[in-house]
Structures are given as structure tokens and as C-alpha cells.
Design a binder for this molecule. Structure first.
Ligand code: FES
Length: 261
């Protein structure tokens, strides 16, 4: 974990209520996993805003070519209810943002993975490009991105993914039986639906089959296991999302308790 200064370069609208942000780090960063996060100080020196977790992804043209100094972040209108992220949203170009990281545990793929299913709640935004570097680096993977979306996917988003990646908006039974690894990005209700569908078609989904990103976990203020405020319930007891997560095994999280919080 190291301090890093991120310079905000540009913001582009990529869907009606979704924006891609580009940042340049003050120094090239060594590899980190999608799902690991950086804590960024938002607001100015007079604000008491707590740092916010940013889930950065290397920009497309450099993914797999670490170290990397250019990163993207995708946010949707949902995030603007958060004061710190709303501040980030309104930053002018060239604004410098102090952050530190990477923190936590991200997505990992066993070397034996052949078929990867990636269910994503499109409206959450941050999942859109986050996991791209995983399968950009492993060209031999068969990848299906399954977006859950109330609206048709913008063509510009579909074009951003390599041709070998299948993109769908339907999660059929066949698609749930096909993968040997699943990585998912959404909110708690999205994961509850995914778990119910998996249990219905696989009866006993193997532990480790599905990893999920708890993007809504309160990954602050410390991010290093010191404050205890990010504890989440798992089958093995309470775990700190900033250390043991924010990527967890779908089978081990107590989603019902999380949904009630
Ligand atoms: S954020 Fe402080 S222990 Fe996790």
C-alpha cells in the first residue's frame, strides 16, 4: 500500500446515466487485481469528508502491460447520492486527488479456468470495465459477460470489449451451468438473485465457484483493518471487508443479514 496522487484528466458520458473518468497516477503502479481498491481523499482541505474507495481499472490500451499510470473509473448516477463521489464528479480537469492503495483482496482466477461467466449489474456502472484486464491478459479464456440492465446496452459499450468476449443480457440455465468460474459485480439484491438462480440449476454450487465484489461495503475510514467498521457476516463469522474482501466467495457471505443492514 502506497500513497499515490491521481490527476483527473477527463470525464466522458458512456451511457445515459453513466460516466467514465480517466486518471493519471504520479508514478506507474505495479499490477493489482480488479476488485482491489484505492482510498481517495475527496473534498477540499476544509471538508471533513471521509476517503472514498475507488475501483480503478487500467485503461484499455495498456491492460496487461504493467506497470500502468493511466486508469479508468466508471460511476453511475447511483453514486452521486454519495457526497464524496458527487465532489469527484464535479472536479475540473487537472484536479489532483490524494489516494493510497491498492487495498484488500481482488478477483483471482485459477490457472485452470477455461469458461468464465461475468454477471454484472449494468446500472451500478463500476463493473462495466473493471474486470476487463483479467480476460485481456488470458486470451485463452472463454468469457461471457452477462449484463443485467433495464435498458438496451449502448452500442458504444458493446464495442469496447474484445471480439472473443460474448456479451448477453440474459442469464439462461445453460449459461449458469457452463462456467468453471464466475465473477460478479452488483449490489446485494443482484447477488441474492444470482445465488438463488445458481442454487436452482446447480443444486450445490461448489465453494469457490462464484466470487462477488461487495462494492457497497463501507470500505472506510481506514482501509487497513484498524477501525473495524467494515465488518461483514460470513459463514466463518465476521470478516473485515477491507482485508478479507471486498471480493468474497458468494457461498460464504450471509446476504440476508447484509440485505437487512
Ligand atoms: S475500513 Fe477500517 S477495518 Fe476496514
Amino acid at each position: 500500500m502506497k500513497p499515490v496522487t491521481l490527476t483527473f484528466i477527463e470525464k466522458t458520458r458512456i451511457a445515459p446515466a453513466m460516466w467514465q473518468f480517466i486518471f493519471v497516477a504520479d508514478k506507474p503502479l505495479p499490477p493489482f487485481q480488479p476488485g482491489q481498491f484505492f482510498l481517495a481523499r475527496t473534498g477540499n482541505m476544509f471538508s471533513a469528508y471521509l476517503p472514498r474507495p475507488l475501483f480503478l481499472a487500467p485503461c484499455d490500451e495498456v491492460a496487461g502491460n504493467w506497470p500502468v499510470s493511466r486508469f479508468q473509473l466508471t460511476l453511475s448516477a447511483r453514486h452521486l447520492a454519495d457526497r464524496g463521489l458527487a465532489w469527484l464528479f464535479s472536479c475540473p480537469p487537472a484536479r489532483k486527488i490524494d489516494a493510497f492503495g491498492p487495498l484488500g483482496c481482488g478477483f483471482t482466477l485459477p490457472a485452470t479456468t477455461k469458461n468464465l461467466l461475468v454477471p454484472i449489474d449494468f446500472e451500478l456502472g463500476m463493473g462495466v470495465f473493471l474486470v476487463g484486464s483479467l480476460f485481456t491478459m488470458r486470451k485463452s479464456l472463454n468469457v461471457t459477460l452477462a449484463f443485467e440492465s433495464k435498458n438496451p446496452l449502448p452500442a458504444a459499450i458493446v464495442r469496447r470489449f474484445p471480439p472473443h468476449v460474448e456479451i448477453t443480457t440474459t442469464l439462461t440455465t445453460d449459461r449458469l451451468l457452463w462456467p468453471d468460474a464466475i465473477i460478479a459485480i452488483g449490489g446485494i439484491p443482484f447477488y441474492q438473485r444470482l445465488k438463488a438462480r445458481l442454487s436452482a440449476v446447480r443444486l450445490r454450487p461448489a465453494p469457490g465457484l462464484a466470487q462477488i465484489l461487495l462494492a457497497d461495503a463501507p470500505l472506510r475510514p481506514c482501509g487497513v483493518g484498524a477501525c473495524g467498521l467494515c465488518a461483514v457476516p460470513t459463514a466463518a463469522g465476521s470478516r473485515l471487508a477491507c482485508l478479507a474482501g471486498p471480493v468474497f466467495d458468494l457461498a460464504t457471505l450471509d446476504l440476508e443479514v447484509l440485505a437487512d443492514d
